[in-house]
Design a protein around this ligand. Structure first.
Ligand SMILES: Cc1cc2nc3c(=O)[nH]c(=O)nc-3n(C[C@H](O)[C@H](O)[C@H](O)COP(=O)(O)OP(=O)(O)OC[C@H]3O[C@@H](n4cnc5c(N)ncnc54)[C@H](O)[C@@H]3O)c2cc1C
Length: 243
């Protein structure tokens, strides 16, 4: 059920020059009863009004009074720059949770395809599966352009250490080569769809054994969905959120 509440900014980290990660604590002990994958409606002050901007909850934890957001700063963007400039201790109004991009079948293996900050709801879903000790395979293919903008590598390595059914590949779409790197096994070159195909081929996996969760920009999400359909994956096994 969508409720109005406010939350105080507790921490803000610049993960790279365009991406911020924010941690909020709800006020008055408000308990945010959300499902991993859902989003919040942030009320952004502009002149004398409040304008809505949607942000996926990028974390899953059991205490329900704190949550994280992962936001890309858009040039001249109202909402993203509001959060960029928000100071620790300041309060923001939200409504939520909302959305139906949530984990579906509890007994089906899962593939997550994310690009950029489309990782936000998927990170929450993966944290939830780790929390639940999910017993089927689940794989993340996350696309970013350049290795220099990489963040969260250690976070995902830690998640992988917690559940042997989880694996992930970070797919650099604009790099030409991956130099000798201790983390090479977690990296691949090219777009997420190409990395998915290579991974499935190497491990002899069957596409229709999995549910697919896609999140990213409208164009990329549509193109990934069409790509999965071209592999004869059933449409009712594909779930997506378009930013
Ligand atoms: C369900 C849902 C969940 C979302 N979750 C997240 C999330 O977790 N993290 C996140 O970062 N975003 C998320 N978004 C996108 C977010 O709601 C905003 O659209 C985004 O932050 C831009 O808003 P803004 O107010 O900063 O820019 P606006 O003031 O709306 O736009 C300013 C200008 O930038 C252009 N613009 C807008 N977005 C982009 C872009 N991405 N790249 C280039 N130009 C752009 C616009 O056309 C406009 O000209 C989500 C969207 C949806 C629908």
């Amino acid at each position: 059920m969508i409720k109005n509440f406010s939350a105080v900014l507790k921490n803000k980290i610049f993960l790279n020059e365009k991406i911020i990660y924010l941690n909020f604590q709800t006020t008055n002990d408000f308990k945010l009863e959300y499902q991993a994958g859902q989003y919040l409606i942030a009320k952004i002050p502009k002149d004398n009004q409040k304008l809505n901007r949607l942000y996926s909850i990028a974390s899953y934890n059991n205490d329900k009074t704190s949550f994280d957001l992962l936001i890309e700063i858009v040039d001249n963007g109202l909402g993203s720059n509001y959060f960029k400039n928000l100071n620790i201790g300041e309060k923001t109004e939200f409504a939520g949770p909302a959305g139906i991009f949530t984990l579906k079948n509890q007994k089906t293996a899962k593939v997550f395809l994310a690009t950029g900050t489309g990782l936000a709801p998927i990170k929450a879903m993966i944290e939830k599966l780790i929390f639940d000790k999910f017993s089927c395979p689940f794989y993340l293919f996350w696309g970013i352009k350049y290795k220099k903008s990489l963040y969260f590598l250690n976070e995902f390595k830690n998640l992988k250490n917690k559940n042997k059914n989880f694996d992930f590949k970070i797919c650099f779409s604009q790099e030409k080569e991956i130099k000798n790197d201790e983390n090479k096994n977690f990296f691949d070159l090219g777009r997420v769809n190409k990395c998915l195909v290579d991974y499935f081929k190497n491990k002899d996996l069957i596409y229709n054994d999995f549910e697919y969760y896609i999140c990213g920009s409208r164009e990329i999400t549509d193109s990934l969905k069409n790509f999965l359909i071209s592999l004869n994956i059933n449409k009712n096994q594909i779930f997506f959120e378009k930013f």
